[in-house]
Design a protein around this ligand. Sequence first.
Ligand code: ZN
Length: 197
Amino acid sequence: MAVREIVQVGDPVLRRRADEVIPKQLSTPELVELIADMRDTMRAAPGVGLAAPQIGVSLQIAVIEDTVEGLSAEQRTAREREPVGFHVLVNPTLTVLDSERVAHFEGCLSFAPFQMIVQRARKVRVEALDEHGQRITRDASGWYARILQHEIDHLRGIVCCDRMDSRTLTTTTNFTRHYAGKSVADVKSIIGKPPRE
Ligand code: ZN
């Protein structure tokens, strides 16, 4: 097990549609090690999700874990964020269950160190295989639904900056300085509208 380097936006591997995993390969030492390394890399970053292309491997595998460590009750409520145990998604498909979209700042380990407001569906269903090749279905809402959409985007060659409100792009330092804890409406009033050309 090892912490691997996380590739950054601009690397073509983040723009490919990742290859589907052949289920019987999940028991090979290579894929067992890959998934263990993805877990270690996500935890070391730290992050709440990691897709295989983010460590340069173009396969449809993502790992997810949200301990909600360090967040206040207010922050958890504002983000609809609950703890999510470690799990693995292989060859996932995503269905939107509630098309209502929710705007929040999010970041990406492959687009560091920045934050940006991205609208995501509130509720989704993911069908996938787990690391043992067993079929699983996950219904998710709130922040967990956001994580799933973000990670599955990576498996399609999409990075969160493709979906951002580009005027909200901020370094993490400036996010902490100016926007942390503020509502999206307050953030937008600070940023203002784009000037007329
Ligand atoms: Zn990401």
